[in-house]
Write a protein that binds this ligand. Sequence first.
Ligand code: SF4
Ligand code: SF4
Length: 284
Amino acid sequence: MDKKYGLIIDITRCNGCYNCFLSCRDEHCGNDYPGYAASQPYSGHFWMKVNEKERGQYPKVKVAYTPIPCMHCERPSCANGSMNNAVYRRPDGIVIIDPVKAVGEKEIVSACPYRVIYWNEEKKLPQKCTLCAHLLDQGWKEPRCVEACPTGALIFGDVNDPNSEISKVIARSKDKLEDLHSEYGLGPNVRYIGLPKRFIAGEVVFKDRKDECAEGVKVTLLGKGKKEVKSVLTDNYGEFEFEGLDADKQFTVLVEHAGYTAKKIKTTTKIDTYLGEIVLNRKA
Ligand code: SF4
Ligand code: SF4
């Protein structure tokens, strides 16, 4: 079977080191690759953009890093925005903006709803991630950004080869794979694991034992119709967290422990929610 390239970005492994962004710059700034891409300017372009999103409120704050390159779509809308076949999809799935034919075609930039095409004012050229096709065609196994990632958050390969690492990840993580902005309907070949959603978190304390951490308390998340969504035990700090919840939903958090009166707290996922201290009273 012919090669078909894909990239999986596992957000749960990304620690925001920016090595992907920097290695992309190192490969493309000041370097022309005829037929693939003209050189990337030294500022203003983010062919691999790392979006930083702060989540939650003090004292429960997290940062989610989402690296965003071109999605190398099955149905690339950037190609529809171009003339003279200046943007085309190769048989291996890589979408290329021809660095000669696309000169002057600024409308290509706005044809991508992901906003991953950048305008090179000096060269009058739209430019974006090439999936390092110039390297792959020379026999490289992976693009520069994938090679540079120290945490294994970027997994690249031939999705038509059942023995490739990416195929194995797809097979074991099928239910976790997501598209960024699936509503665009472009069939991205860059897919994600762990895109930031919403969390509900809190800390349980026993009123009569405030100097101890309330470890091992059962906390249940109830959804619509009081249906159980998930259940966890508090950790050794008495804390709990439900992660990966859909936004704008209503939930009830039920806290139960033998010998103590159970507590129910109604909440929503309009934002990431920290419920603070939940105090359990000993039964009379
Ligand atoms: S992400 Fe945008 S630039 Fe990349 S292939 Fe899809 S439509 Fe084209
Ligand atoms: S695949 Fe290559 S061009 Fe695309 S973001 Fe990674 S280093 Fe840059």
